[in-house]
Design a protein. Sequence first.
Length: 277
Amino acid sequence: MAESPAPKDSPSGKDHASDTTPFRFLDLPLELRNAVYAHLLVQEAPIVCSRVWFTTAARHLRRLAKEKAVDCCGRNFGCAHWDARLRPRTGILRASRQVGDEALDVLYGRNTFDVALESRSVFLRFFTAVGEDNLRRVRRLKLGASTHYYSYYIAGPGEKQWQFFRPAVADRGAWTALLEGLVELEFVMLVPIWGHHRCWPVWVEQLETVLSFVGEHVDAGTDVTVDDNYSMFLCEAVDRCFPKPFRRVKTQQGDSYYYKTRFDPENITGPVASDEG
């Protein structure tokens, strides 16, 4: 017996056929597309650019245990859920040129990037991996200046001094691209408090090769905050290098480093060197 045609409102009717039409993502308004990009790519915490995300290595498992991270699936942090928390889901960048460009604006424009200056190889890898085009997209940056105790060596007479920080002029193009569009810049400076303060000028002098370039090229409209602990020699270097407005603040990173040796008064919010004259 011949089958009767399906009614129009049945699952096999024309209405159902129209439901299977491919949905064009680019037909959405840009505002909604940006919301999708943000859901995939924006991280709540700053992206630590020197961190290694191979979580199953023994040293990283020890770090996760020290941080009291929750092993959600009981698989020693080897599950896809944990991996998804650590990495932005960047596959959408390869969807098309237009989608990639729009998503890159969100990835670099809405995340905060935490860059450590003490590791020259990691710092240069950040510049080369991101590239100048994407550096121009960065809007929120956190810079950290510190030196591990095993690298803190002050040369004696006739000895060659170890380079603590790479001068910014050596990477002028990348630094200029990074600084020109910043909305927020946080600079945390962790002076080597375990070393004798008489050696600090050598460390500060090298840091000034970065500070002076940043202070000169950062935009006047950028919200610049500095945590220098009101440390000997360092606060005066900051005042010399930042002619544009900035605010002195206390940060969680600075508090955890300086412990009970914080020197900055509660009311310090701006330049202080001139106050001592």
